[in-house]
Design a protein around this ligand. Structure first.
Ligand code: APR
Length: 276
């Protein structure tokens, strides 16, 4: 299935902008279900990395405000003019080199360490979940860690390739492309299968920092919901999922909310072990 934008009309309200009052009861409810669930999965988008200094895509200062995705993010655009697209990719690469995981990434890694989080399914290509220590990360849109030759398929570690001359080229003279999915390209087969499996058997899905407008990624919370999972959104504002798919939304910055959830969960586990 190819990556594309879907604007399914869920009759979303005109958006809930800015900082919302986070509902303490809902936060406690989230702590309880995360503690008790057999399998918790996190599904993340660009919003989780905003506090690491990486802009999201569709926000007021998102990447697509600066670069038209039809000119810079489709495989056709890349094949037609790789030098132009590499102009944007070089800027992104420099930003990724400067960015580090934030408290939200670390909270998920901690939840996995406690044996409560089964996997992170991420749309992000920034590698920050792995850098934060998460072990089971399903990279649904691929990764920026390496580049692939469009002709011979050879893979290069991105940091081993200089970007002085654009587009960078393979020893076979083929153009090198980041090993992530452009619009119009298929989702990596293995990641797609694994993500569907995880969504198909989780008890709780934490949907963090995604506008859920890009498919087939945005179908994963729907799949999880259909098989009975509780869907908890963490976002600065309501999304397409909020009204019909999510059980509830915790509005606010991901780093603050996830740190509080994981802090409360580990405290509860600690207290219980003391009581025994
Ligand atoms: N904490 C929580 N949520 C946040 C934060 C934050 N600090 N900052 C932004 N958000 C939310 C925004 O409100 C928005 O709903 O994150 C979401 C980001 O949405 P998009 O920019 O659309 O990014 P994403 O959903 O990841 O995009 C999906 O589209 O362009 C493609 O391939 C790209 O993987 C990407 C896909």
């Amino acid at each position: 299935m190819r990556k594309r934008v879907t604007l399914v009309k869920y009759g979303i309200s005109s958006g809930f902008r800015g900082e919302g009052e986070m509902d303490e009861d809902l936060l406690q409810k989230t702590v309880e279900i995360v503690r008790r669930a057999k399998r918790v999965v996190a599904f993340t988008g660009a919003g989780i990395s905003v506090e690491s200094g990486i802009p999201d895509f569709r926000g007021p200062s998102g990447l697509w405000e600066k670069f038209d995705p039809m000119e810079y993010a489709t495989i056709e655009a890349f094949q037609a003019n790789p030098k132009k697209v590499w102009g944007m990719l070089k800027e992104m690469a420099q930003l990724l080199d400067r960015s580090r995981p934030n408290a939200a990434h670390r909270a998920l890694a901690h939840l996995e360490e406690m044996g409560l989080l089964s996997s992170v399914i991420t749309q992000n290509i920034d590698d920050l979940h792995r850098e934060a220590g998460s072990r089971r990360v399903i990279e649904f849109h691929g990764t920026s860690r390496n580049l692939v030759c469009m002709i011979c398929g050879r893979i290069y570690d991105r940091r081993a390739v200089t970007l002085d001359t654009l587009p960078p080229r393979c020893a076979c003279s083929g153009v090198l492309k980041p090993n992530f999915v452009f619009f119009g390209e298929p989702i990596p087969w293995g990641a797609h299968l694994e993500a569907k499996e995880e969504a198909g058997r989780c008890g709780v899905m934490l949907v963090i920092g995604t506008s859920a407008v890009v498919s087939p990624a945005c179908d994963l919370p729907v799949l999880a919901k259909k098989q009975g999972a509780v869907i908890v959104e963490i976002n600065l504002e309501e999304t397409q999922l909020t009204r019909y798919i999510s059980n509830w939304i915790l509005t606010g910055p991901a780093s603050e909310i996830l740190s509080r959830i994981v802090g409360a969960v580990s405290e509860a586990i600690h207290c219980r072990s003391q009581a025994v």
